[in-house]
Write a protein that binds this ligand. Structure first.
Ligand SMILES: Cc1ncc(COP(=O)(O)O)c(C=O)c1O
Length: 436
């Protein structure tokens, strides 16, 4: 594998240590800057995915291989994000490339079942205890829409209850979580506050179709649930006759059976996405045979749910490899590596006297330039420091989320991990020198 290491930034960018973090970034990414300008002429703000936008302009990536990405200027980055947790086996994982290439050669998609579709569905039903039947769609967002639709159909109610700052995709009724205030058909309560969920379920239960929860908040900063929180909400949801929807779009990577296995809850419906597509667009919902029979086309009045690319053969072939190869041993190894990385990042921050904290859960983590990790939030108190660190990390060849989220992959070697630690320490030192 081509993986020529690049020297750390001061010499790599040839600008000396006095150049600001942004100047270093601009100097090394001229082609990305040109492409950002071109993109602005044809896409609003030059972008098509809000989460991946950052100042002064986002990179244009040319290719990925294993734990690395290369941008159009030829800079190499260690990929600490894996397309926001989806590439759990890294970039261009050979067994996935092989399976997907075969599926493309076989015709990409057709309006009929494929063998790969049945295989991926079988793997998910075998691994996730609450799931007996699966329905595929094309994104986590669609999975959220579908789960809301089923819950509303089966309960005859309209309202959704979810966590403040929870994220279940870009569907209006679920996206309000990010705003932190109730929507027209959505009520919010604080993640971890079982009493708040119980109170709303007891007061407004007759109007609530479903409660949506991530087992571990992803976008809001990798926040684990307080002990007993998920069980209490599940119980209150059941008492209210509403449906309990667990969003495993990110957390399926935490255990073979997902977050619901770790936290011992049994949802009525589970949302899937990201890793189940092996790097291709995907979404799905799953549940018991009884609940999912709402979709069974043999039943009168079943839910009409279609989609040209639902369960498409390329996605399903790639997804089946991704899931089959995500063994518990690999999950455990990633978690150990993440523990080491979190400790090393904290040490590097201490050395340059930056306030720092990290929340880590399995192979996921989020860093904060605050003494203590904040409660679940989207608006960051350390917005300036994290933006500086993100850019400084890119200058050092580390690709992570602008909000400081990191997701490891199974192809991360201990050697690459050591390189990450060294480069992150340099980025921290640049942030400390910037003094903002
Ligand atoms: C927990 C969770 N649910 C749902 C989604 C939406 O998935 P997609 O981006 O595939 O629409 C995301 C995306 O980041 C997510 O993190």
């Amino acid at each position: 594998m081509e993986a020529e290491a690049q020297p750390l930034v001061a010499s790599r960018r040839g600008m000396g240590t006095m150049a600001s973090i942004e100047e270093q970034y601009r100097a090394a990414t001229e082609k990305s800057a040109q492409l950002a300008k071109r993109a602005e002429r044809v896409m609003p703000g030059g972008d098509t995915r809000t989460t991946t936008n950052y100042k002064p302009y986002p990179l244009t990536i040319k290719r990925g291989e294993g734990p690395f990405l290369w941008d159009v200027d030829g800079n190499r980055y260690i990929d600490l994000l894996g397309n926001y947790t989806s590439l759990v086996h890294g970039n261009a994982y050979p067994p996935i490339v092989e399976a997907a290439t075969k599926a493309v050669r076989d015709g990409s998609s057709w309006p009929a079942r494929s063998e790969a579709q049945v295989e991926l569905a079988t793997l998910l039903c075998e691994r996730v205890e609450s799931v007996e039947r699966i329905r595929f769609c094309n994104s986590g967002t669609e999975a959220g829409m579908l789960a809301a639709h089923v819950a509303r159909r089966l309960t005859g109610r309209k309202l959704i209850l979810m966590a403040r700052y929870g994220y279940h995709g870009s569907y209006d009724d679920l996206e309000v979580g990010l705003a932190g205030t109730d929507g027209e058909r959505t009520m919010l309560a604080d993640f971890g506050e079982a009493t708040a969920f119980e109170a709303l379920l007891s007061e407004r239960g007759a109007e609530i179709a479903a409660v949506f929860l991530e087992p571990v908040l992803g976008s809001a900063g990798v926040v684990e649930p307080a002990a007993g929180f998920l069980e209490r909400v599940a119980e209150a949801t059941r008492r209210a006759g509403a449906m309990f929807v667990v969003d495993e779009v990110i957390t399926l990577r935490l255990a073979e059976g997902g977050g619901q296995q770790i936290f011992e809850v049994k949802p009525d419906l589970t949302m899937f996405g990201k890793i189940i597509g092996g790097g291709f667009p995907v979404g799905a919902i799953g549940g018991s045979e009884d609940v999912m029979s709402a979709f069974d086309p043999r039943n009168r009045g079943s839910i009409f749910h279609s989609g040209t690319f639902n369960g498409n053969p390329v996605t399903c072939a790639a997804g089946a490899v991704s899931i089959r190869e995500l063994t518990q041993a690999r999950i455990d190894k990633m978690a150990k590596q993440a523990e080491r990385l979190a400790a090393e990042l904290a040490r590097a921050a201490r050395q340059v006297e930056l306030p720092f904290s990290v929340r880590q859960c399995g192979s996921l983590m989020n860093v904060f330039f605050l003494k203590e990790p904040p409660p679940a939030t989207i608006a960051r108190e350390d917005a300036r420091a994290i933006a500086n660190f993100h850019l400084a990390a890119l200058n050092q060849g580390l690709f992570l989320a602008p909000r400081g989220m990191i997701a490891l992959s199974t192809v991360m070697t201990d050697e690459v991990l050591s390189e990450i630690c060294e480069r992150a320490a340099k980025a921290m030192s640049d942030v400390a020198q910037a003094g903002e």
